[in-house]
Ligand binder design. Structure first.
Ligand code: BLA
Length: 505
């Protein structure tokens, strides 16, 4: 059964993914209260031979690990509480065992969380950060930057597939760069619906920038705690946090065995993810992860800088076209005719296919246009809408079926005056928009008891959606520019009026 995402999409958004009470088995976790008394301990904890986990709850962590380890961990906890994220201790030893650990410690509410990973079997690479930073200085264009990013991360991390996944305004996302092993299907250009990464996950990924799922077939370990503890442990910043089963199923359906995603934050928003897949289970060294995390923060800054630069260049070019258009208009005496003659310059500001000018009952146009009869109908429709400087329609037929037209599908109507009804119309033709989804984006719904829940789709085969009869949607920038054009033309209209009056006197 297929059903629209929107009605029940919120189900997914409710799972408390930060307090599922389990860890991935590549590490073990302990939590203590302020006095260092064990409050939580994951079932796979291994502090050394002869130490019984069940007996540890309620006893002192500091006593167990001894003076030296306590000293280092206390220091790390203090640092973590200042920087508000985990601090790591590498090649760490405990007096109770021969195992060499990488340790990650942080504060979560009133709990101190200490995570231990066995260090042996993790290949570590040095200077990931330095190597990555040198990669991103070179590229000239954004596309080159994206390509350098995924190539660099692939080498540094060893994942089979590395993608740059960018979020769109509606929360869906698109793979905009990819580097993969050659025998794998490309995902480049595919779009994924917003519900693939639910809201609370996106919120979490803004705070905790990197997460690793080492093995989708892993048997995760429960975190045991004293019976009188009611509040679940908040694992938002935990490195070993076990992930939602729904997402594990998603990865299995995709044929992925291990994944890693790194957040990219621009202007405080989750701009995208560096999404990595591996075909077999994959452990990452703690140090490489730390460097990748730091790199992602630096990369986000560089990305933000470049995005601003790009906007500045675009707007400088636009300003130049705008100024030229106004100066062309001011020297002519028929504003109507010369406005429509500026089509080519206006095209540099807004991507349009035609322009029409209805002034004083006179209609002139250039490029694609509606017939005069339909212009009258359109004005009737517009007059019924709430009064505004610029009306935007990207689907004329939806606004009024009589406006159905072979050529024009979208209109920006710039109101110059209400009485008489003077308008400038900017037209767009209809485009068949082709969106390449990774599988049918409508979620499959299962009935569990009396609840309907979304389940991840089972096919990620390219699934093409065609949107017909619509124009490309008007962007905020289009509308802002239309407003400037409107103001410019209104100013000229007034000046022309004054000049006429002066001549008549
Ligand atoms: C999490 N979903 C995620 C994550 C990604 C995606 C990247 C972050 C965790 C990770 O690194 O694996 C989705 N992965 C993608 C996408 C691509 C990719 C889009 O590689 C594109 C190339 N998922 C569903 C449904 C639900 C759902 C129906 O399809 C909910 C009912 C949930 N996805 C879901 C949850 C998480 C998630 C709960 C959070 C996992 C966690 O961090 O615990």
């Amino acid at each position: 059964q297929w059903q629209s995402n929107s009605d029940i999409g919120t189900e997914c958004d409710k799972e408390p993914i930060h307090e599922l009470g389990r860890v991935q088995s590549f590490g073990f976790l302990a939590a203590t209260d302020k006095e260092g008394i064990f409050t939580h301990i994951s079932r796979n904890a291994d502090f050394g031979p002869g130490i019984d986990n069940n007996a540890l709850l309620g006893t002192s962590f500091w006593e167990l690990v001894g003076r030296d380890a306590s000293h280092s961990i206390r220091g790390a906890l203090h640092q973590a509480s200042i920087i508000k994220k985990p601090t790591r201790l590498y090649a760490f030893t405990l007096p109770t065992t021969d195992t060499l650990f990488d340790v990650s410690v942080h504060q979560s509410g009133s709990s101190s969380i200490i995570e231990f990973e066995n260090r042996d079997h993790r290949a570590s690479q040095d200077n990931v950060l330095a190597a990555m930073m040198s990669q991103i200085a070179e590229p000239d264009t954004l596309d080159e930057l994206y390509a350098a990013l995924v190539a660099g991360i692939k080498v540094a991390s060893g994942f089979d597939r590395v993608m740059l996944y960018r979020f769109l305004d509606d929360g869906a996302g698109e793979v905009i760069a990819e580097m993969k092993e050659s025998n794998m299907e490309p995902f480049l250009g595919l779009r994924y619906p917003a519900s693939d990464i639910p809201k609370q996950a996106r919120e979490l990924y803004k705070k905790n920038l990197i997460r690793v799922i080492t093995d989708v077939h892993d048997v995760t370990e429960p975190i045991e705690c004293d019976h009188d503890i009611k509040q679940p442990l908040d694992l938002s910043f935990s490195r070993t946090r076990a992930v939602s089963e729904v997402h594990i199923q998603y990865l299995k359906n995709m044929g992925v065995a291990a994944s890693m995603s790194i957040s990219l934050i621009v202007d405080g928003k989750l701009w995208g993810l560096i999404a990595c897949h591996h075909n077999t289970a994959k452990l990452m060294s703690s140090r490489v992860l730390e460097e990748l995390e730091l790199f992602s923060e630096l990369f986000s800054l560089e990305l933000a800088r470049r995005l601003v630069m790009e906007r500045i260049i675009v707007s400088e070019n636009a300003n130049a076209s705008f100024a030229k258009m106004l100066s062309n208009l001011s020297i002519s005496n028929s504003l109507t005719l010369s406005t429509v003659e500026q089509l080519d310059l206006i095209k540099k500001l807004i991507d349009i296919d035609g322009i029409g000018c209805a002034f004083n009952g006179d209609y002139k146009h250039n490029g694609v246009s509606l017939s005069e009869k339909k212009i009258h109908m359109l004005v009737e429709v517009l007059q019924k809408l709430p009064n505004t400087e610029v009306h935007e329609l990207d689907n004329l037929v939806a606004a009024d079926s009589r406006l159905s037209d072979k050529h024009v599908a979208g209109v920006l109507a710039l109101q110059i005056s209400k009485l008489p009804c003077d308008y400038i119309f900017l037209f767009r033709t209809s485009v068949t928009q082709e969106v390449n989804w990774a599988g049918n984006p409508e979620k499959s719904v299962s009935q569990i008891g009396d609840r309907k829940v979304l389940t991840p789709r089972t096919s990620f085969e390219k699934w093409v959606e065609y949107n017909e009869g619509k124009a490309k949607s008007w962007t905020t920038l289009d509308i802002e520019r239309a407003k400037s054009i409107r103001l410019g033309i209104m100013e000229l209209t007034i000046r022309h009026l004054h000049e006429k009056e002066a001549l008549q006197r």
